[in-house]
Design a protein around this ligand. Structure first.
Ligand code: MTE
Length: 361
């Protein structure tokens, strides 16, 4: 489906939601397009490149309408290797704490890394004569309609202008050197490295500079961390903590939960990522539920906006084996211990220690 691998774990067909098996994700630091997770709230719009237009308006001196041709030839082109992570990645572990009705039970795969290319959003905003006021926000709108939104509406979100003007934020029309596939927002999407995936709006058709964050359902109501006792059906727009920068996180991809593997020396592999602008300093791995730790080998991150792969060779003896991993960033912060400590009614932002249970034969 949609050019994806046969072994994708499909969470929904329409809207299309799918994640790659963890071993596939672990096989390459840049995720192949056919394995890249897909997270959608509505059906894919079909916009031929020659008919695509981007309106740029709001707090700008010179509102613009940009064509695909202008976007791809009229601006300096840049590329960035960036990891996109859905705020709902690893929700399955939160579901095991308390039910989260109506939300996809993402396991380890709602995260992937690609090389994105296109002009900087900053350059397009400068061409429109953007008002330089750090208190402003940049809202993105797309035509795909989300039936789950209240009221039903098309997808949108926003980021602060200060982030929008940073060099890593692109209007991408290429993914891994190919034209951006329709399933990933083609012809053009926003890519906001360091932020939750929800802010990287696909099929973007409008960019508006405004004094308040987007009033779109997915900015004002969804993608927020509500207090544990809140009723998600009853909260007012703007309640809860709006998700923006990714939280420090890590995961174990190989082996995976429930695996039965032969005894011997085996390599455990995973990724770690730090919040906006930070680096990963260390990943600790425990095989005794956190009583003692060893440091994993950190591999170079493909860019400062991408996950950092890690590995550790462990001598696995017969019997049950629990493996735990936690990352530290370059400011000395580390992850919370248990999913219960970060549980929230919409199941976002699980960055608890990664944990898998295995049987060694
Ligand atoms: N943009 C539009 N227009 N519609 C969407 O449903 N989903 C968002 C974001 N951009 C979405 C969107 C979410 S929640 C995520 S995590 C990423 O796109 C997923 O991007 P991908 O499907 O290319 O992996």
């Amino acid at each position: 489906m949609w050019g994806k691998r046969e072994d994708m774990i499909v969470r929904g067909r329409l809207p299309f939601n799918a994640e790659p098996p963890p071993s596939v994700l672990a096989s390459s630091e840049i995720t192949a397009v056919d394995a890249f997770y897909a997270r959608n709230h509505g059906p894919f719009p079909d916009i031929p490149a020659e008919r695509w237009r981007l309106g740029v308006d709001g707090r700008v001196d010179n509102p613009l309408t940009v064509t695909y041709d202008q976007l791809t030839t009229g601006f300096e082109q840049h590329s960035v290797v960036a990891t996109l992570a859905c705020a709902g990645n690893r929700r399955a572990e939160l579901l095991a704490v308390r039910p989260i009705p109506g939300k996809e039970p993402w396991e380890h795969g709602a995260i992937s890394t690609a090389e994105w290319a296109g002009p900087r959003l900053a350059d397009v905003l400068q061409a429109a004569g953007v008002d330089h006021d750090d208190r402003l926000h940049v809202a993105f709108a797309a035509p795909d309609v989300a039936q789950e939104a209240r009221p039903v509406q098309s997808y949108g979100s926003s980021i602060p202008l200060s982030k929008a003007l940073r060099e890593e934020v692109l209007l991408a029309w290429q993914m891994n050197s190919q034209p951006l596939p329709r399933a990933h927002g083609g012809p053009v999407r926003v890519v906001v490295p360091g932020y939750i995936g929800a802010r990287s709006v696909k099929w973007v058709t409008a960019v508006t500079v405004q004094s308040v964050p987007s009033q779109n359902y997915f900015q004002a109501l969804d993608y927020r961390i509500l207090p544990p006792e809140a009723d998600p059906e009853a909260v007012a727009p703007g309640e809860g903590i709006s998700l923006s920068s990714l939280a420090l996180n890590c995961d174990i991809l190989v082996p995976t939960e429930g695996d039965q593997i032969p005894r011997g020396s085996r390599t455990v592999r995973g990724w770690a990522i730090a919040g906006d602008g930070h680096g990963i300093a260390r990943v600790d791995v425990s095989v005794d539920d956190g009583r003692s730790w060893r440091q994993a080998d950190l591999h170079p991150a493909p860019s400062r906006w991408a996950w950092r792969p890690w590995s550790l060779t462990v001598d696995m003896r017969p019997g049950p084996l629990n493996i735990t991993a936690r990352a530290w960033d370059d400011a000395g912060a580390t992850q919370p211990e248990s999913p219960a400590s970060v549980w929230n009614p919409r199941g976002y932002g699980n960055n608890a220690w990664a944990h898998i249970k295995l049987t060694i034969l």
